[in-house]
Design a protein around this ligand. Structure first.
Ligand code: GCO
Ligand code: MG
Length: 433
């Protein structure tokens, strides 16, 4: 399809009534979608270029299990609606795009919107000459405390891994252990070498056994508390892989070990169990990386049923909805813990970090330590040291992309274009998520 000719005005039908007042403001000239995989994970990054020379913004639109669908949504549906619009009207552009398909929400559309939304916030920061955290109200802290992932085939290996992190200055560590003879989520090592997933996402080829997994957890955390002591915060991710009543049992069994939080005990489909879970235990609960729709998290926040909100910024549509969620959570005593694995691009991590710094009710940030290549490809990738993530002083998101380098790392071949193979119980039943 030929590129639409650039006109320095809003597209017909889509101009807001105040568009005359936008005369002289920079306008969107192009929306470019960049696909790259510096670490084998399929990233989607949006670059919005304006009619002002050198003024552009970057956004994360990474949905690594359906990246090509996001690219199509951006190129064929969202871009034609916003080329020509003034860059200032972020809220209006978000609201307009959100309903432009009538049927709304969902990870594909939200990710596409997030690419645009973050890029517009990046541009707004550049226009203001301020890092985004300043524009959002100013910083509330020096840096964002992070947690990292330790795993192993048995409690001793997990302990060793955690100790290495502690020696590096990390204070919060998520711990996952392999279940003997069963598939295990979130554990690196001893895996099928043909598995296309990055190590932390790989699945063992054998079946998943929710009850064996549940039984393996108390001995793991008992071992970790005994050997590592109380001077470290421990976290765990259930990843929604057990029946709801088993999750309640796990939460109660882990109470003595004083976890910082227990993540994703229930699948979004089982939100109705939260009141029961909450009545049974005071273990801090973190929830929400799979949420895409406001109706999924609103009742949990209002009902004070969770302690940490863990949405994936690009999966809910970017910074615009996330800053509202953070503000809402503040009034209900819920802290933020934005999702931050390797399938968030460095641009998305920068967006997480600016919110972490600017919101009073920040809890913790999940960290992914990007290798040299990704850091070279994305200059300004947030720095991690002393157990914290640090922002630079550059305006906007403070991050850039070396497009020539990005082009040298295309998506790896994959029979399903990144889709996940199923996890199954011993009888073959597909297990969520
Ligand atoms: C986490 C997550 C991730 C997700 C991954 C899915 O807490 O970091 O559970 O590892 O599984 O982002 O693509
Ligand atoms: Mg998780």
């Amino acid at each position: 399809m030929p590129e639409p000719e650039f006109i320095a005005e809003s597209p017909p039908l889509l101009a807001p009534p105040w568009d005359d007042g936008n005369a002289g403001k920079p306008r969107i000239r192009d929306v470019r979608v960049i696909r790259t995989a510096p670490e084998g994970i399929r990233l989607v990054v949006v670059k919005i270029e304006t009619d002002e020379p050198g003024l552009y913004g970057l956004g994360c639109a990474t949905f690594t299990q359906r990246p090509l669908a996001v690219v199509t949504a951006l190129e064929e549906y969202l871009k034609p609606q916003i080329v020509g619009r003034a860059v200032h009207d972020i809220e209006d552009i978000w609201s307009m795009l959100a309903v432009s398909s009538y049927w709304r929400s969902g990870p594909v559309l939200n990710n596409a919107m997030s690419g645009i939304d973050m890029a517009l916030w990046d541009i707004k920061g550049k226009l203001a000459g301020m890092p985004l955290y300043d524009l959002l109200g100013g910083r509330c802290r020096t840096a964002a405390t992070v947690y990292v992932h330790a795993s192993g085939d048995n409690p001793i290996e997990v302990e060793d891994h955690a100790r290495r992190f502690m020696e590096e200055g990390f204070t919060h560590i998520r711990c996952q252990v392999a279940v003997a003879g069963a598939a295990t989520y979130g554990v690196a090592g001893g895996l099928d070498s043909d598995d296309p997933h990055p190590a932390h996402l790989r699945l063992r080829q054998d079946a998943w056994d929710p009850h064996a997994y549940a039984r393996a957890l108390p001995p793991l955390f008992e071992h970790l508390r005994l050997t590592l002591g109380d001077g470290v915060e421990l976290l765990h991710d259930i990843h929604e892989r057990v029946p709801p009543i088993t999750a309640i049992g796990i939460a109660r069994a882990l109470e003595p070990y004083q976890l910082y939080f227990l993540e994703d005990p229930l699948a979004p489909e089982d939100n109705g169990y939260f009141p029961l879970l909450r009545q049974q235990t005071s273990i801090p609960l973190a929830m929400g990386e799979l949420y895409v729709n406001v109706n999924e998290y609103l009742p949990l926040i209002q009902g004070r049923l969770i302690d940490f909100i863990r949405v994936h910024l690009s999966d809910i549509g970017g910074i615009t909805p996330a800053r509202k969620i953070a503000a809402l959570c503040e009034f209900f005593g819920v802290r933020t813990a934005w999702h931050g694995p390797g399938d968030v691009s460095p641009v998305g991590h920068a967006a997480n970090l600016h919110l972490d710094l600017a919101v009073p009710n920040f809890g913790i940030q999940e960290a992914h330590r990007f290798g040299d290549l990704a850091q070279e490809m994305f200059p300004g990738t947030p720095d991690i040291h002393e157990g914290m993530m640090w922002a630079n002083e550059l305006p906007g998101l403070g991050i850039d992309i070396d497009e020539a380098l990005a082009a040298r790392y295309p998506y790896p071949d994959h029979p399903l274009n990144g889709a996940w193979p199923p996890v199954r119980l011993a009888d073959g039943t597909v297990q969520r998520p």
